[in-house]
Design a protein around this ligand. Structure first.
Ligand code: SF4
Length: 294
């Protein structure tokens, strides 16, 4: 259920691929319990831009999970959702972020798509703008919260626009210093309203990883996207500038809606990293080292 109806999204109900649904608080708690039982440590709550939800709905979600699972790390709500919450609730972005932090939110996923006005106007005009995304990052930094930056490329942008996206991210990182990682992934056109676009190639992906590693000199981690690019291409990315593999997922529904169903276990990920000639290191959600697998 989402008011934005972005053309590149196979997940929102109007794309006709996924039946509209809403998770109840019980559903969220049950899934969190399953996650913890399987050794998981982080919950990423993200949804569409709900027409009826206000700040209170989101606070209730965070407070419920925080009270029942005090040890879980909450990396939740995209910049587009935070802007949407502020507008729907008639309050400032700072108030939204401060309230969610007080309720127990730890950090926010970057969900940047492409921070290029021409592309956003064409494929996601109802989602937050480039400037609003930057405002979210500034507001997070005022409350000492961290985030990440992503890049969804292959939506009809020029090469110059890809670099323009990287420049927005580098500049906001110079200003705030809150971006823990940069995570590029290719747009999956299947089952979206942009099905006519040819998917980006593996070579495109490796070039973006390599250029990002050089250009984003102020971001420590470049994440190899095994979920969207496949485990083998992600493994090669580790030799092209990527130095992070993200986490093992228990449930993912957005990429799955485009027909991609890549999965990996913790042992599978350890082998993949070792086979690339690298040393696997388990980290926590704040990128602190937990354990090395020498
Ligand atoms: S990408 Fe996000 S904001 Fe856009 S339609 Fe999909 S769920 Fe909604």
């Amino acid at each position: 259920i989402c008011e934005a109806q972005c053309a590149f999204c196979a997940y929102h109900a109007h794309a006709g691929r996924v039946e509209p649904y809403e998770l109840t608080l019980d559903d969220i708690c049950r899934k969190t319990e399953e996650l913890i039982a399987g050794g998981g440590t982080q919950v990423m709550l993200q949804g569409g831009l709900h027409p009826d939800h206000r700040l209170d709905n989101y606070l209730t979600m965070i407070k419920t999970v925080r009270e029942q699972f005090p040890e879980i790390y909450l990396h939740s709500f995209s910049p587009a959702e935070l802007i949407h919450i502020a507008k729907k609730s008639g309050i400032s972005l700072d108030e939204v972020i401060r309230s969610l932090k007080d309720a127990g939110l730890n950090s926010v996923p970057g969900a940047s798509d492409l921070l290029v006005d021409r592309i956003r106007n064409a494929v996601s005009p109802k989602k937050c703008s480039r400037e609003e995304w930057c405002e979210v990052m500034r507001s997070l930094s005022r409350y000492s919260m961290t985030s990440t930056a992503t890049m969804t490329y292959g939506m009809g942008e020029t090469l110059a626009e890809r670099i323009a996206h990287l420049e927005v991210i580098r500049d906001i990182q110079d200003e705030t210093g809150i971006l823990k990682a940069f995570i590029p992934w290719s747009f999956s056109p299947a089952r979206t309203l942009l099905e006519h676009i040819s998917p980006a190639t593996g070579l495109d992906y490796l070039k973006i990883v390599a250029i990002a590693r050089i250009f984003l000199d102020n971001i420590t981690f470049i994440q190899a996207g095994w979920l969207t690019e496949g485990t083998k291409l992600a493994q090669i990315a580790l030799t092209a500038g990527a130095n992070d593999m993200g986490g093992v997922l228990t449930e993912e529904v957005v990429v799955k809606a485009t027909g991609i169903e890549t999965q990996i276990t913790m042992n599978g990920m350890i082998s993949l990293i070792r086979d690339a000639g690298k040393i696997p290191v388990q980290r926590d959600s704040q990128y602190r080292e937990i354990r090395r697998f020498e």
